[in-house]
Design a protein around this ligand. Structure first.
Ligand SMILES: [Cu+2]
Length: 206
């Protein structure tokens, strides 16, 4: 009898506790969305303010970017190329580039060193008033050192160009590892270029 009673008691209790659990879960779940709703209500408000403040900056920049692409010849380094056009009446100076694609992002150029093209870091690039400056293979480029992810065709790289008084210019650069390979047969040895970059980067740092 005891056994039967106990079982009956258990049977009677179980649904209760199940209900209690369900009710508790429901209460917990109900609280969750409430918190989420509050957070969701807060976030857009917070996000709106910086966006409203930041909005005039791109509009103020007289520099636009065209024909941009990025490429990488090895897993550790890559580069980006583009044409910068300045529609303003004064020169603009590109002093830096930021991107989360690599540990280090630098401005580079190539120089003929006794018949050997070597690349080196530069502090800035100037885009003349009402003119253009082109970053191209074998010349000036944005250098990615310590890639945080591989650059595969079809990917894109987000970066922000710091043009000082001319503003911050955000740009999304598509990855095209084959771009320019046919245009510069002399420099076309892509692996050699990549190798050169790697070699040069280790050394001037010392
Ligand atoms: Cu470089």
């Amino acid at each position: 009898m005891n056994m039967i009673l106990s079982t009956a008691a258990l049977a009677a209790l179980l649904p209760l506790s199940a209900l209690a659990c369900a009710a508790h879960d429901a209460a917990t779940t109900a609280r969750g969305p409430e918190v989420l709703t509050l957070a969701a209500a807060t976030t857009p408000a917070a996000a709106t303010t910086p966006a409203a403040v930041a909005a005039p900056a791109p509009a103020a920049s007289v520099v636009t970017v065209s024909d941009a692409h990025a490429r990488s010849a090895n897993p550790r380094t890559g580069a980006a190329f583009m044409t910068l056009t300045n529609s303003g009446a004064t020169a603009c100076t590109l002093t830096g580039v930021t991107s989360d694609v690599a540990d280090l992002v630098e401005l580079h150029t190539h120089k003929d060193d006794g018949g050997v093209m070597k690349m080196m870091k530069i502090d800035s690039l100037t885009v003349p008033a009402n003119g253009t400056h082109t970053l191209a293979r074998g010349g000036d480029h944005v250098m990615f050192l310590g890639l945080r992810r591989p650059l595969a065709d079809g990917d894109s790289v987000e970066m922000v160009l710091d043009l000082g008084n001319c503003g911050q210019v955000p740009v999304t650069v598509p990855v095209d590892n084959g771009a320019g390979a046919g245009a510069a047969p002399g420099m076309g040895a892509a692996p050699a270029m990549g190798h050169g970059h790697g070699m040069m980067h280790g050394r001037p740092a010392n």
